[in-house]
Structures are given as C-alpha cells and as structure tokens.
Design a protein around this ligand. Sequence first.
Ligand code: F6R
Length: 369
Amino acid sequence: EKGGFETFMAKEIHEQPQAVADTLRGRIDETGQIVLDEVRMSDQDFRDIDKVFIVACGTSYHAGLVTKYAIEHWTRIPCEVELASEFRYRDPVLDRSTLVVVISQSGETMDTLMALRHAKDQKARVLAISNTVGSTIPRESDAVLYTRAGIEVAVASTKAFLTQLAACYLVGLHLAQVRGIKYADEVSAILDELVAAPGKIAKVIENLEPVREMARASAGKDRVLFIGRHVGYPVALEGALKLKELAYLHAEGFAAGELKHGPISLIEDGTPVVAIVPSPRGRSLLHDKMISNIQEVKARGAKVIAICEEGDAITASHADFVIETPASPTLLAPLLTTVPLQEFAIELATALGRDIDQPRNLAKSVTVE
Ligand code: F6R
C-alpha cells in the first residue's frame, strides 16, 4: 500500500501535486468566484468581518502563519495567528465581526476544538479548514472548506500542509472577493498561479536528489538551523519542525533578520543553515536582506543550503549548496519551498536510522488538551 515507496511519508510527498489539484478543483466557478463547501454565513457576514484570527497547532499553525501574509495583503483586514493552546487561555478580543479560521487536518485536535468553542462563546464567526469530512471541528463551525489530501498515514504532515495552504489561499481570495476587490487584477493573476501550482510542485519533486545528498551530509551534525523572511519564515519553522519530529535533532527556524539579536551565537564551524530565499524579482529588497543574512552566517562558519528560485545567480554565488524551485509569486512560494524541506527531514532521519512514519512520542491525532 506504500505504492513502491519506502515509507508512507515519501508516498505522501509524491501525492502533493494531486492533493493540491484536488483541493482546488471545482472551487473556482466559471466567473472566477471562489466557492466554499458548507457555509452557514452570508456574504454580508463576510463583509462585516473586521478582524481575522487564525488558530491551529503544529504544522497547521504554520499554514496559518503563511496565510496571515496573504490575507492582510489581499484584503487589508488585520489578521493574527495564534497557537490554539494559547489562544483560549488569554482572553482574546473577539466579537461578531471577528472571523476565526481554525485549521485542523484531523478535525479532532482538542486544543483547536476548545479554541473554536471559546470563539463561538464570544460570538465570533468560525470557518474551519479540515481534511476530515464530518469531524468535530467542521461540524461545529459556521463555514467549512475541506482540503482533499486523502488519508495521511505518516504522523508527520506533508500533503495535508500543502492542501491547507491551497485552501487558505482560497479563503483569503474569497474574503477579498466578497468585500469588493481593490486588487481585481492581482486576484485573478493569483488564481491562475494557484491553478498552475500542482505542475510546479511536481517539478520540485522531480528534482529532490540534491536535497537528499545535502541531508546525508548534515546527518552527523548536532543541529540544523532554518532561516527565512516573509512567508519564508513560517516555511523555516515548518522545515525545523519536520526535522525535530523525524530525526530527533535540535532544529530551529528563525526569522532571518532576528539572527543577529541572539541565535547567531548557535552557529559554529560546519553548522548547516537552510535558507529559504525569496524571489529575486519584484520584492528584491527582501532578497538583498536575505543575501546579507546568508553572508552573516557564512562568516561564522555555517554551511548554507539555499532554497531559491531557479536562475537566482546571486544566491548561487553565496550559498554552499543550492536547491532551485520554479518561479512563483512570493505569497504562493511556500507551496514549492516546503517540499525540499520535507525530503530533507526524511533523508536525514533515515541516515540516523529513525522510524519515519511513526516517530517516537507522537500521535497522528492529538485528542487531549
Ligand atoms: C506535524 C504534525 C502536527 C499537526 C498538529 C495539528 O507534522 O502533524 O504538528 O499538524 O498536531 O493537527 P491537526 O491539523 O490534525 O489539528
């Protein structure tokens, strides 16, 4: 049932183009409007939203972090992202005009469910993104958009994450559409790019051998650091989480600009640093800053593995190793840049003899608080 792969996780990484395509299918109607599944909210309810909270745990939380950049940019609605286990206990400011987006692959995560109930008690509207039809979280929400990743067997989430991103982008674009679009051209261009994403993800998957080599070369190290900026920052967090889960290794993701405020002291001769580099096009300021961060860590002895856009010669001239991903709008790039990090974690953990599909101490669905 692993379809010729060594592990379910490897199989699920390869299923990502299909999973993302399935999640997008039928959700964009002939007029280019985004269609949600079970909506117990009117368009007017969506128009009345003046604040968005995204609440989730673990990998799903990382999908939420990416979404914040997209929602604020496309809709200009303030958006906060919070861990479900923290959200509920700190008395967040919520009311009828707050949209709380809960993201849960299983739909049964207790921390997320309790956060949802808290939000509903405060009269907030709740929209769920879940992979499990009929599970508790979507049942209790006002609106639902299902991801269509299919069953994810490996404990570490891969295809569920990419489909969460796809669904979250749709929610952001839906919000932009019902509220009247300031960026109509941009939204339709983004929709075209979303539809093109599965093909690009497939290209990334075809080119994973260099990632495997770098992972094997990193297997003897005490720690691996991941750095990113903008949406590359949550991707860095996700890359580090995958490696912690699978390899039982100290891995940490940082906002690259934050390194100099402390974490750069972790770097010693040979420390692998995986840098998620933004596109050199458009927002080149961000790219310049990332190159400076690469120089900072290299000056302290780091071995830099850069995940960058194809043809990015500047990054290639500074990094020790380069993994190229197809060009993409900045906000959608996590659909591509996450994939090499998933493979990196598998390969490094395999080199250390770990159980890839069933890491120690972890459960697929966490139904205790
Ligand atoms: C990491 C992972 C976990 C889950 C988290 C939330 O690979 O799988 O961090 O993402 O436990 O689970 P769901 O999305 O089911 O609420």
